[in-house]
Structures are given as structure tokens and as C-alpha cells.
Write a protein that binds this ligand. Structure first.
Ligand SMILES: O=C(O)C1=C[C@@H](OP(=O)(O)O)[C@@H](O)[C@H](O)C1
Ligand SMILES: C=C(OP(=O)(O)O)C(=O)O
Length: 411
């Protein structure tokens, strides 16, 4: 499927959507399960390709682990294969080989891993040759590039003979993902110590207790439904399987969307979304929830709400340079993402005029979130989305779910 044309809904939207399970929670649970000797009963395993890839590679004895474009799968498996003393060649898509991993590899080498880079130092592909414990049980590492390096180390830390104490330097980005890791580890019996005043995390040596674990629905995937409700003329949507007290930091979409015109009411089954008046201008720091930035930027632009964004530096090293991708594609809608202060403060200037030309086609840059964040704009005026298949990374059923509220066709 090369492109699809998403039509605007002809009827008020009334829908019940069962979201995909969170790939983030799932990938952590899969690593912990592997470390218990596959003794846990995991339910609601994510259909997301990132999680299916993790599942497949954990059960594959072959010498090569190709993670495709899954960041957490690359980072968590590198740590897992290293400390379990396996020999693996870690690789992925060309973009994956541009996403840095040096901070994690340096930390693993300090602990005793033998890892070599195949091409460019600091980037995949890499070869893991085995592990001889160095006796080091304290590390200092940067916390401002990707939390995935930290989660990867935390997950394997209980396996180390003396556990691990990690001191994080600089601003800690994506902190809720680190807390998600720690909370899930605690579910399997670990008593960790987190000192967030000094950014020190301490994990004692421990054997994970095998236990059942149910993976929650995906709050990042929920964000597109919030945007659909915010942008549609009339909409009531119930999202199933979400919890108010979630481990996922992207549940911050509840607070953000209250400003963009969506009310959330939690029920026994999930959360009901309905429309409310919105603010004229919104400012948000996305450093705790970077995966929401695209959804919110597009929604605000189309709803003509002035949006100020901070904390989006990490977007440049994700599936694509998301800042650049947003700038190029928002421009097609007649909106702009402006860098007000270099690499720090950005503003979205809203869509000018009524709507964009009917032939407007959004390029998705091999990034699932570009496709899913722009599709809700079709609630206002039809829009073409290129390479819609990219959504398989986190939410394979996205287009089938969207078909419950509006029509789309291949073009
Ligand atoms: O740990 C995780 O599950 C994730 C952490 C975040 O990455 P960074 O820590 O690199 O920001 C997030 O963007 C990604 O989608 C999933
Ligand atoms: C950044 C993402 O994933 P990852 O880093 O795991 O590839 C994402 O899903 O938006």
C-alpha cells in the first residue's frame, strides 16, 4: 500500500476502541521473563512489531539479531545478550544504524562485556563477544540522550554479582520510562532504591521472581484518539484497557488534551473521551513524554491553538529526525514549527486559512508516529498519508480502528 486517502467523517463519531498493548511495557516484561528462564505468565503481549521482534529474537539461537527499527529492542537486547554471555551480531535498518548506542556500550564494557563496533564507533551494527565480570558495581552515565540505555542496564542489573549503582549526569530525559522499568522490576520482587534528588539508582543483586504480568494498553496509541476527538466536529470515544494510574508517562495526554479540548472520564473498562472548550494557547514540556510531541503539534496546528514546545531535543535521534519531519509536513498544511531558541524552545504557528488542498500528501519518513499523528487532521479536511504500513511498529491495527470512525481508501 503506497498511500491512503483519509476522508473526513460524515457522521458524529461514536466508537469503542480496544487499543494495542504498550510495546514499552511489553519489551520490559519480555526481558524480565527471559531472565527468569521464561517462567512468567505474560498476558496481553503486544502485537506491535517492536515487541514481536523482541519475542522472536529472545527465542532465536542464531548468531545475528536484526531488530529492524526497534530502539528498545536494540538497547535492551544488547544489554541482555552481553550479560548472559552470548555471542550476537546486533543490527537493524539503516536508520537504526544512525541511532547512537555508545553510552550503553561504554557502560556494558565497564561491567565486563566484550563488544566491538562493525562500522562506526558508537553506532550499530555491533558484535557482542561475551562477558567476564569486571567487579565494577558503580557507573556514572549521561541521562540526557536516551533513557533506553538506563532502562537496559537496570533490567540486567540484578543479574550482576554485586548489583549496580548508576549515577545519572545532566538533565534526565524520558524519566517516566525509567520509572516504568523500576516499577515493573518491583513487580517481579526487586527492592530498588531511587534517589531522584541526586539522580542515583541502586539495584541489589537479586533473582527475579517469576510472576504473572498483564500488559496495559498503549497510552501513546491512545494519543491519536485524543487528537481525533479534539479535531472532529462531534465525537465520543471509549478507549478500552487503559488505567488512570498507569506506569506509562504518556498518560500525560489526559492533562495535555484537557487544554486542547478533550475531557477524560475513567470507567471500569478504560477511559471515555468527549469534547470540551479548549485553551487559546498551550505550553508544554515534552521531556517526560517525547512520543506525544507529534500528536500534540499536529492537533494544535489544525485546531488553531498556539503551541509552545520544550523538551523535544531527543526527537532528532528517533525513527527519523522528527523535528525536521514535523517542520516539512506541517508546512504542507499551512502551519509552521519554528525554532525560537536553538535546540530548546519551539512554537507551532497554526494552520492559516480554512483547509489545505485536497491533494495534500503527508510523507511519513519510516516513522509510525508521523502517520498516526497526521491522520487525525483528516477529521477537518481529507488528507493523503504515504506509506501507511509504518504503523506496524507500535499499533498494527491503527487503520482498521480508524475505519470504525471514517472512511479511507488506497490511492
Ligand atoms: O523505554 C522506552 O520504552 C521508550 C523510551 C523513550 O525513548 P528515549 O528514552 O530515547 O526518549 C521513547 O521515546 C520510546 O518510544 C520508548
Ligand atoms: C521512539 C520510539 O521507539 P524506539 O526508540 O523504541 O524505536 C517510538 O516508538 O516513538
Amino acid at each position: 500500500m503506497n498511500s491512503i486517502l483519509v476522508h473526513s467523517p460524515q457522521q458524529p463519531i461514536r466508537a469503542e476502541i480496544r487499543l494495542a498493548a504498550s510495546k514499552s511495557e511489553c519489551n520490559r516484561a519480555l526481558i524480565i521473563n527471559a531472565l527468569t528462564g521464561f517462567a512468567c505468565e505474560l498476558s496481553n503481549i503486544s502485537e506491535a512489531r517492536d515487541s514481536q521482534t523482541m519475542l522472536r529474537l529472545l527465542n532465536d539461537d542464531g548468531p545475528v539479531a536484526d531488530v529492524i527499527d526497534a530502539g528498545t529492542t536494540m538497547r535492551f537486547l544488547t544489554a541482555y545478550f552481553a550479560v548472559t554471555n552470548q555471542q550476537k551480531r546486533m543490527t537493524g535498518t539503516p536508520r537504526m544504524c544512525e541511532r547512537p548506542i555508545g553510552i550503553l556500550v561504554d557502560a556494558l564494557r565497564t561491567l565486563g562485556a566484550d563488544i566491538t563496533y562493525e562500522k562506526v564507533p558508537g553506532y550499530p551494527p555491533l558484535q557482542i563477544n561475551g562477558f567476564t565480570y569486571s567487579g565494577v558495581n558503580e557507573l556514572t552515565m549521561r541521562g540526557d540522550v536516551s533513557s533506553q540505555y538506563i532502562s537496559a542496564l537496570l533490567l540486567i542489573a540484578p543479574q550482576l554479582p554485586d548489583g549496580l549503582k548508576i549515577t545519572l549526569e545532566g538533565e534526565v530525559g524520558s524519566r517516566p520510562y525509567i520509572e516504568m522499568t523500576l516499577n515493573q522490576m518491583a513487580h517481579f520482587g526487586i527492592e530498588y532504591h531511587a534517589d531522584w534528588t541526586h539522580n542515583i539508582l541502586h539495584i541489589p543483586p537479586f533473582k527475579y521472581h517469576p510472576k504473572p504480568y498483564a500488559i496495559e494498553s498503549d497510552w501513546s496509541g491512545a494519543s491519536y484518539w485524543y487528537s481525533i476527538v479534539a479535531l472532529a466536529k462531534s465525537a465520543e470515544v471509549e478507549l478500552l484497557g487503559l488505567k488512570e494510574n498507569s506506569l506509562q508517562g504518556d498518560s500525560a495526554i489526559v492533562q495535555i488534551m484537557e487544554l486542547l479540548g478533550v475531557k477524560s472520564v475513567f470507567t471500569e473498562k478504560g477511559v471515555k473521551l468527549s469534547k470540551i472548550p479548549h485553551a487559546a494557547a498551550v505550553a508544554w514540556d515534552f521531556s517526560a513524554c517525547p512520543d506525544l510531541a507529534q500528536t500534540v503539534a499536529v492537533c494544535a496546528a489544525v485546531k488553531k491553538i498556539k503551541l509552545t514546545l520544550t523538551g523535544i531535543e531527543s526527537l532528532k535521534i528517533k525513527e527519523t529526525d522528527r523535528v525536521l519531519a514535523l517542520q516539512q509536513e506541517l508546512h504542507k498544511l499551512g502551519a509552521e514549527l519554528i525554532e525560537v531558541e536553538t535546540n530548546h524552545l519551539y512554537e507551532v504557528s497554526p494552520v492559516a486559512g480554512e483547509a489545505w488542498p485536497a491533494t495534500t500528501s503527508i510523507h511519513t519518513y519510516d516513522d509510525h508516529r508521523m502517520a498516526m499523528a497526521f491522520a487525525p487532521a483528516a477529521m477537518v479536511s481529507p488528507l493523503i498519508i504515504e506509506e501507511p504500513g509504518v504503523v506496524v511498529k507500535s499499533y498494527p491495527g491503527y487503520w482498521d480502528d480508524l475505519a470504525k470512525v471514517t472512511q479511507w481508501e488506497e490511492v
